[in-house]
Every structure is written in C-alpha cells, then in structure tokens.
Design a protein around this ligand. Structure first.
Ligand code: PGA
Length: 266
C-alpha cells in the first residue's frame, strides 16, 4: 500500500523541453525507490499527453492543474474531465487557491469538478484552506467545515480521493502554520469527513498538506497525525529541491506507519 503521496503543482511554469527533462530525471531518481510512495505531477494542459507517454512504465503519475465540470459544449477555452482521461491523465487538482483567487471558483464549482473527475475514472485532489483574514478572525474550523460539506457533497463511497489542506496565506509565501496547527487542522478535517460522510468514505480519503513545503519542513510535517503526504508548488520546479522533499518523506515513512488511519510512531 502507498504510505505517502506527494503531488507537485507546476502552475504556469516550464517550457516543454524543461518539462520532459524534469520527468526523465525524476523517473530515474524514483526507479530504485520503494513503490510505497505515490508521486503525482500536476502540470500544464499542453504537456500532459507527451509526459504521460514519457512517464509510462515508471513511478510518476501525471495529473492536471484544473478541469471544467461540463462534458462538452460551448465553453471556449475549457477542458473537460473526459478529455483529460482520454490522454491518460490520472489525477486532477481542483479548487487550488489561485483558481479561487483569480478565477473566482467557489466550493460548489469545486464539487461539480470533483464529481466530473470521479465519473471519468480519475482521482481528484481537492484543495481547501482558509485565507489569512479568516485565520485572523479565528474562523479556520468554520471555513474547513463549510468546504468539506460543500466540496465533497455526493461523492461515491468507494472511490479514492485526496484532500489537500493548503492554507491560502501559506502558498508561495515561505510561511507555514505551526506544526500543531497543521496537525489540528488535519485531525479536524478527518473528524468532519467521518461525521458528514462516514467511515467508509473517510478510509478512501488521504489528507495532504500544501503551502511552502520545502526539504527542511517535510520530515516534521509528514510525521504529524493524519498527514498522508504533501503538496509542493515552488520547490517542485527544481529537480534537486523536489527530490530532496521526496527523500525527506522516505525518511519520515520509516518512522511512521499508518495502515488506513491507524498510526503508530516508532
Ligand atoms: P508552494 O505552493 O509550495 O509554492 O507554497 C503550493 C501549492 O500551490 O500547492
């Protein structure tokens, strides 16, 4: 079973040659590494097809950074889940804070996108998290509760998916919450998933932390209760930085073993 998952979010970066070179280097880095680690690269649409082929047979999964929820029709410039599935995309990042901030996506859009991704046999990575203003007003739990309720509404019981807790103020800023704040948020998210959707759904949802993840904080974050891995933005653009994060996850996985949700720290 997969112990940890890491997803990269390249955002609007890299040229095709750089993207290909990165995946080649990453694939050879991962070759001798234990498969108990899922590495998902969420990359710009134009590169998905080529990089899915490049990654074939290796340990790297290729995902998208966004999707539109309709199947087809008059939606100029949009890309549907069935289009992504048809080129071998396996994961889709949904509701990233930059989508919410610049493109005004709300929780109900996120929900429709997640359902569409699941219908097309791919795995959604649903991003949730509070803004700085919400944090300062002491509304972290209220925001998370609302996001979990709306974003996950109607999800099928037996489908695996990811929730990425990414406090919006921690993205690209070099700032992270304190370790106990990350742990509390993850435990709260886990609790609410069980309360709203039940144990079966909860067992199929892995929780990832994202927001200024770097090699020097990965180990501590990964050891926290209810953290099943990390999401990496800026640092995932650089192969050395990204592979260091992966090495830290591997180091952490030798300290923490968690079949489903039972965690034992050595
Ligand atoms: P960051 O971005 O690692 O640069 O903070 C994280 C993300 O956008 O998912």
């Amino acid at each position: 079973m997969v112990e940890y998952t890491v997803f990269a979010n390249w955002k609007m970066n890299k040229r095709i040659e750089e993207a290909v070179e990165f995946i080649e280097e990453l694939t050879s880095f991962l070759l001798p590494i234990d498969k108990n680690l899922a590495v998902i690269m969420c990359i710009p649409y134009p590169y998905i097809d080529a990089l899915v082929r490049k990654a074939e047979g290796g340990n790297v999964l290729i995902g998208a950074e966004n999707v539109f929820y309709e199947e087809c029709g008059e939606y100029t410039g949009e890309v549907s889940a069935s289009m992504l599935a048809s080129i071998g995309c396996s994961h889709v990042l949904i509701g990233h804070s930059e989508r919410r901030k610049y493109f005004h996506e709300n929780d109900s859009d996120v929900n429709k996108k997640a359902l569409s991704v699941l219908r097309n046999r791919m795995t959604p990575i649903i991003c949730i998290g509070e803004t700085m203003e919400e944090r300062e007003e002491g509304r972290v739990c209220t925001v998370l509760e609302r996001q979990i309720r709306t974003c996950l509404a109607g999800i099928p019981k037996n489908r695996k998916l990811f929730i990425a807790y990414e406090p919006r103020w921690a993205i690209g800023t070099g700032k992270t919450p304190e370790m106990d704040e990350i742990e509390n948020a993850h435990c709260y998210i886990r609790e609410k998933i069980i309360e709203f959707y039940g144990e079966t759904v909860s067992k199929n949802i892995a929780l990832l932390y994202g927001g200024s993840v770097k090699p020097d904080n990965t180990f501590d974050i990964c050891l926290l209760k209810d953290v099943d891995g990390v999401g990496v933005g800026g640092c995932s653009l650089d192969i050395d930085c990204f592979t260091k994060v992966i090495k830290e996850m591997i180091r952490a996985s030798s300290r923490k073993y968690h079949p489903a949700n039972e965690i034992a720290i050595n």
